[in-house]
Design a protein around this ligand. Structure first.
Ligand code: GLN
Length: 384
């Protein structure tokens, strides 16, 4: 028998992501899948018609490395209309294969071995592996339940002369918090007159509730000049499977970003970019997204009001985090598995968003689902 060759891992702590694990379990168990963050409904037929058009008309070869020019232009125009900030589509807008790739390229652009990167936990699962693969050192600052507000003094206390970047995520996955204007100012005060970069994950930019607005890092001049704003069309247009994202960053940052993007994927799927170039010109498809998801949040939360779960309503993203302390003391991971098997509702345990798997007895439910799924899941959960 041949001897198996060993390969030491650069990411020894990584297994299959919780999103894959829970979606598979939900499917195997025939459970309502409120775990992985993707809509259960389709994107606009207008968008699929546009894709069909471009596929049928021969737009099927490599896109330019930085993205289809018409798409970059539409994105720069939309950004200017929404935030009043102008990015040069030629030099400051780069289309990537999902926000995941954008985040990875941005981290790779700034982090050298030994550099420290501040990560606020709970944190989306791709940040720390990206930092580790570049030899960086993640420096954790905990956001405390139940409100998960950022303690900027605690962040300040972690800044050293090795701090290279701060990872930001607003609206926040998993806890559904959003940055206030005061948060932007506090962050700006910390980084002004330093060489610290910001990698800002804003994939849920259009999903904010209760009259809040999304405060993008680009809207603060001290932050804009040092920030890689990473976005995703998956969340905004109900097309998570297309894996199309982007990075908006000033020239020098984008230049280095593109050097890396060029050798990670080179370019992103072509016909969808042409379709999106047209579709982004229709603001009705993103301006009302907050209202659309707020109705879903409220529908789901209404059912939970009579349950033993406790929560404060999500302020943004398509996730609702709930505490189950009144129901059981089980480890959140075990509970998420058990609820999927026994009650047929799948969720994501919040401990997976912490390096040390901190268990605050919280589950994350995704409400980007059809109303009948939300109703049925809500009914089951309200009886627990
Ligand atoms: N962002 C999605 C979530 O939080 C999952 C994406 C993925 O499966 N990697 O559920």
């Amino acid at each position: 028998m041949q001897k198996e060759k060993k390969l030491p891992s650069k990411l020894p702590y990584v297994g299959t992501t919780i999103f894959t694990v829970m979606s598979k379990l939900a499917s195997d168990e025939g459970a309502y899948n409120l775990s992985q963050g993707f809509p259960s409904f389709d994107c606009s037929p207008k968008l699929t018609e546009l894709v069909n058009h471009y596929v049928k008309n021969g737009y099927n070869q490599y896109a330019p490395m930085s993205g289809v020019p018409a798409f970059r232009e539409s994105l720069a125009e939309k950004t200017s209309q929404v935030y009043g900030i102008d990015y040069d589509p030629e030099a400051e807008v780069t289309i990537t294969s999902g926000a995941t790739e954008a985040i990875f390229c941005a981290v790779t652009a700034v982090v050298y071995p030994g550099d420290e990167v501040i990560v606020l936990e709970p944190a989306y699962d791709s940040y720390v592996p990206a930092i580790d693969l570049n030899g960086g050192i993640p420096i954790y600052v905990a956001l405390e339940a139940p409100d998960f507000k950022i303690d900027w003094d605690a962040v300040k206390a972690k800044i050293t002369d090795k701090t290279k970047a701060i990872m930001i995520n607003t609206p926040h996955n998993p806890v559904g918090t959003v940055f206030s204007k005061a948060d932007l100012d506090s962050l700006a005060n910390l980084v002004e007159n330093t060489d610290i970069y910001i990698i800002s994950d804003e994939v849920y930019e259009h999903i904010v509730f209760d009259g809040e607005i999304h405060h993008s890092m680009m809207t603060h001049p001290v932050l804009q000049e040092r920030t890689f704003v990473c976005g995703s069309v998956g969340k905004t247009y109900h097309t998570t499977g297309w894996k199309i994202g982007y990075c908006l960053a000033p020239k020098a940052l984008s230049r280095e970003f593109r050097r890396i993007h060029q050798y990670i994927t080179f370019s992103t799927v072509t016909p969808m970019q042409y379709a999106l170039a047209d579709f982004l010109k229709l603001p009705e498809h993103y301006l009302h997204l907050g209202e659309f998801y707020q109705k879903k949040r409220d529908r789901f939360n209404e059912a939970l009001k009579s349950s033993r779960f406790t929560f404060s309503p999500s302020k943004g993203s398509f996730f609702q985090v709930v505490s189950y302390r009144n129901i059981t003391e089980e480890y959140d991971y075990d509970l998420a598995i058990r609820l999927t098997r026994e009650s047929k509702v799948a969720s994501v345990p919040v401990s997976v968003f912490y390096k040390d798997k901190k268990d605050d007895k919280l589950l994350r439910f995704c409400f980007a689902k059809d109303d009948d799924i939300l109703d049925k899941a809500g009914e089951i959960l309200s009886k627990l």
